[in-house]
Design a protein around this ligand. Structure first.
Ligand SMILES: Cc1cc2nc3c(=O)[nH]c(=O)nc-3n(C[C@H](O)[C@H](O)[C@H](O)COP(=O)(O)OP(=O)(O)OC[C@H]3O[C@@H](n4cnc5c(N)ncnc54)[C@H](O)[C@@H]3O)c2cc1C
Length: 316
């Protein structure tokens, strides 16, 4: 690794810069080798300077929030990881519109807005990432997703400039914002007024549902695959039986009989088939082995090409 760019980063940025930093502890999968360098910026200025420096040196970079939607290669990531967290977690509360820093965890935002009697993101209480990661991924659950509340996004673009994009200019789609190579630094969100007590009751219901129906406390990245664009219809079995529609990736994986499949330390969760969990000591290649097996089986049995929702880092 050339040390010229890391030395320049150290001189230019006020945040913490770590070299050869293992990424596994920064991801909910607890998987992944080291990054050449990891910067925890202390504000947008650090991000601007860092993006400009690595851009000039031709060094790859990526943004890491709470690492809850990432599978990092066992060999790690060659380049700079910009770790967006506490230094960028400020909230400015207006009546119905708030400006929220990208580093704030989404579950905290869900609870805080519900307490103030504001609905719109309260059902995202079980999405364990940052607001920046949520906006970038257009995270969603139980009928709510970020694109429904985002008014504008402030970001650092690939040239290191701060830009504001209005929600209408963002090419949102299912579980993606299409923002490209940027660092989200804050977002303006508009909420819908509601009754704090009912919003908090909804939160409690959603958390109960998550704990009962997903391997919530295991090392994982949530859903590995996006749901297919159109449902697969299974013919009825026997006379009188109704045909069955498979709408979600989890239902498809269950139908091809791969629930419980294990490779090394990774397993298709017996609780929810679209979750591949790390039982302890799983490598990225164990998880990739399962991903390949699932895709192959879904293609062979149903002709469906399952797309990944999890973001692959460093070519696992
Ligand atoms: C148990 C569990 C349950 C989950 N349930 C859901 C669910 O119901 N719905 C759902 O949508 N997701 C779910 N997820 C996935 C994940 O929590 C979301 O995608 C989350 O929004 C990712 O945020 P993060 O900060 O962890 O992003 P990371 O995993 O750190 O990054 C994900 C992607 O976003 C980019 N990114 C992160 N922060 C920024 C930023 N500030 N600027 C630009 N790019 C950025 C990264 O480069 C990467 O490409 C779940 C995950 C787990 C572990």
């Amino acid at each position: 690794m050339s040390i010229a760019w890391t030395a320049e980063l150290r001189r230019a940025c006020r945040g913490r810069l770590l070299l050869e930093e293992p990424l596994a502890p920064y991801t909910t999968y607890r998987i992944g080798g080291p990054a050449d360098a990891m910067l925890t910026p202390d504000g947008p200025g650090d991000i601007q300077r860092a993006v400009e420096i690595v851009g000039r040196h031709g060094v790859p970079w990526l943004v890491l929030g709470l690492g809850s939607n990432m599978l990092v290669a066992d060999a790690g990531f060659r380049g700079l990881v910009i770790h967006v967290g506490k230094g960028l977690a400020e909230v400015t509360e207006g009546a119905n519109s708030w400006t929220v820093g990208a580093g704030l965890p989404t579950p905290l935002l869900a609870r805080r807005s519900a307490r103030r009697g504001l609905g719109g993101v309260h059902r995202l209480v079980g999405v364990p990432g940052t607001v920046g990661g949520g906006v970038y991924m257009n995270a969603g659950a139980h009928g709510q997703e970020f694109r429904q509340v985002v008014q504008s996004v402030t970001l650092v673009n690939a040239s290191g400039e701060v830009e504001q994009r209005r929600a209408g200019d963002i090419p949102w789609r299912y579980r993606a914002s299409g923002l490209g190579e940027v660092v989200v630094i804050e977002a303006e969100l508009r909420f819908t007024p509601g009754d704090p007590q009912s919003l908090e009751e909804e939160i409690a219901d959603h958390l109960r549902w998550r704990k009962a129906g997903t391997p919530f406390s295991e090392a994982c990245c949530g859903s590995v695959f996006r749901n297919p664009a159109s449902p697969v219809t299974l013919p009825s079995e026997g006379s009188g039986a109704e045909s069955r529609e498979l709408r979600t990736a989890g239902q498809l994986i269950d139908a091809v009989g791969l629930k419980g499949l294990r490779i090394g330390g990774a397993e298709v969760s017996p609780m929810h088939a679209n979750y591949i969990v790390n039982l302890g000591g799983a490598s990225a290649s164990d998880v990739m082995g399962i991903i390949d097996a699932v895709r192959e089986q879904a293609r062979r049995e149903f002709g469906v090409a399952l797309e990944l929702e999890v973001q692959l880092v460093g070519n696992p």
